[in-house]
Ligand binder design. Structure first.
Ligand code: UD1
Ligand code: CA
Length: 474
């Protein structure tokens, strides 16, 4: 449970009359997900950088401090390995329907909270706002004796959804599964997305009243008619944006959800001051953060735990993965992974920063450079065709075209150290382990196998110190 999400739910509950009722959440995830055609359980497929189930978990965490109860099936091991202690787990051994799935949570939750929310693990686009509207409506429904409140939506394509049957007064009378609908009921456009809020005692009692359907399943949806028959009114809040109710059953749905989520994420960043030339061609994981007045050009992919500062220009065509970028940086047609850029760093086109690259303020790294596990000090210039790996490069060092740190001797990775203001000539091979002192220089094409003292010049193959280039003052 992340504490920073707590205030939102406290605020919501504080706004409702009476003491805040404790809330437990049940997430159904025991589906077989055969239509994904995958070895991976459906809810572990990635959507905008997070596994599908993560969206349900985060939603649950925003609504209640109690860890949600996830109903797992054959996918149990993979799911539990991925989610860990964020959730409590119950197993549904046999897939006997949604009512049966919720029943599996009874032993864990009975007698605890006053309110239980149930939703599916494969609906990543539901917003916190819609769930809070559901909880608020439930409080009103309870005040008139209601025990069950739900969300509905109106969709263009009702196929596969239960239809909502309402009374003339607007109360929900029943959910009818598509297979059981009369021709008249099939025309109903108000649909059941499968998100419900229950009075807990009533839920745990009433699950036993669900009868086996002709299909051989216990339908959770039957609880609506059961409540109505007891004279308990059922209220429903209609969610305006049908896209929130998108459920993922196939990879086509996954791509559709990704597009919808991308639009939502991009809108959020544009509203926060980020410019995008073409939002449809800008791919930002849900996990990324971006500063104001940053410009994202088409073909930018921002992934994982990346953080981009203010007033940067990224793209066109750049992949930024788990990388922290400071203020006023420029990244053009490059790939940055597990790296850090301080402020006003300029990278690309066609640069590759790998794990552990650290570019200090004002570094210029031009085309066809690669940096791995190395620190480039402030103001380093590395304009063309270079590889710097396992190295510490001082301040204002010039790395000319074609410089290579020969960091691997076939057995070990070795370190290269270059002091401040050194000048590494074109095509220098720095055969590590090796140190080039502050203010030292290497000649074009030199192969440096021994340390070069500060202020000296080394040239040739293998490189030798030039006697006529003693340090100043010596
Ligand atoms: C269900 C609803 C339907 C609604 C639709 C929305 C019922 C009877 N019907 O139908 O009104 O419009 O969802 O998508 O509830 N699950 C389990 N164990 C089971 C069966 C299902 O965990 O034994 C989980 C699945 O992982 C899935 C969810 O419950 O995520 C829904 O199950 P599914 O069989 O897809 O229900 P639908 O027939 O789509
Ligand atoms: Ca379904």
């Amino acid at each position: 449970m992340s504490d920073d999400l707590q205030p939102a739910s406290s605020r919501h509950l504080a706004a409702t009359p009476g003491p805040a009722p404790a809330l437990d959440i049940v997430i159904l995830a025991a589906g077989e997900s055969t239509r994904m055609q995958s070895q991976t359980p459906k809810v572990l497929h990635s959507l905008a950088g997070r596994p599908l189930i993560d969206y349900s978990l985060r939603l649950a965490e925003a609504l209640s401090p109690n860890p949600p109860v996830v109903v797992v099936g054959r996918n149990a091991e993979a799911l539990m390995a991925q989610i860990g202690p964020r959730a409590r787990y119950v197993h549904q051994e046999q897939r006997l329907g949604t009512g049966h799935a919720v029943l599996q949570a009874r032993a864990t939750l009975q007698g605890l909270s006053q309110t239980v929310l149930v939703f599916y693990a494969d609906m990543p686009l539901i917003t916190r706002e819609s769930m809070q509207a559901l909880l608020a409506l439930h409080v009103h429904n309870q005040a008139r004796g209601g025990v069950l409140t739900m969300l509905t939506f109106t969709g263009d394509n009702p196929r596969g959804f239960g239809r909502i049957v309402r009374s003339a007064a607007g109360d929900v009378l029943a959910i009818v599964e598509e297979a059981d609908c009369t021709p008249e009921q099939l025309k109903i456009v108000e649909l059941n997305p499968g998100l419900y809020c229950y009075d807990a005692d009533w839920l745990w009692r009433s699950l036993d009243e669900i009868r086996l359907s002709p299909k051989g399943e216990y339908y959770l949806t039957d609880l609506v008619a059961i409540a109505v028959n007891q004279g308990r009114p059922v209220s429903a809040h209609q969610v305006g944006d049908a896209r929130e109710m998108m459920g993922i059953n196939t990879r086509v749905h996954l791509a559709e959800a990704e597009a919808a989520l991308r639009e939502r994420i991009n809108r959020r960043w544009m509203e926060a001051g980020v410019t995008m030339i073409d939002p449809a061609a800008t791919y930002i994981d849900d996990t990324v953060e971006i500063g104001r007045d940053t410009l994202l050009l088409p073909g930018v992919h921002l992934h994982g735990q990346s953080r981009i500062g203010e007033e940067c220009c990224i793209g066109p065509d750049a992949s930024v993965i788990d990388t922290v970028i400071g203020r006023g940086c420029r990244v053009q047609r490059s790939v940055l992974e597990g790296s850090v850029l301080e402020d006003h760093v300029d990278v690309g086109p066609f640069a590759h920063l790998r794990q552990g690259a650290y570019l200090a303020t004002g570094v210029h790294m031009g085309n066809f450079g690669e940096v791995k596990n190395a620190r480039l000090g402030p103001g380093v210039k590395m304009g063309h065709f270079s590889y710097i790996g396992d190295a510490a490069i001082g301040q204002d060092v010039n790395i000319s075209a074609g410089v290579i740190t020969c960091n691997f001797d076939g057995v070990r990775k070795n370190q290269t150290i270059v002091g401040d203001h050194a000048f590494i000539g074109s095509d220098t091979m720095l055969v590590a382990p090796v140190t080039v002192g502050a203010g030292a220089r290497t000649g074009a094409g030199s192969v440096v196998t021994h340390d070069v003292p500060s202020g000296r010049l080394a040239v040739g193959v293998p490189a030798r110190l030039r006697p006529d280039h003693e340090p100043e003052g010596s």
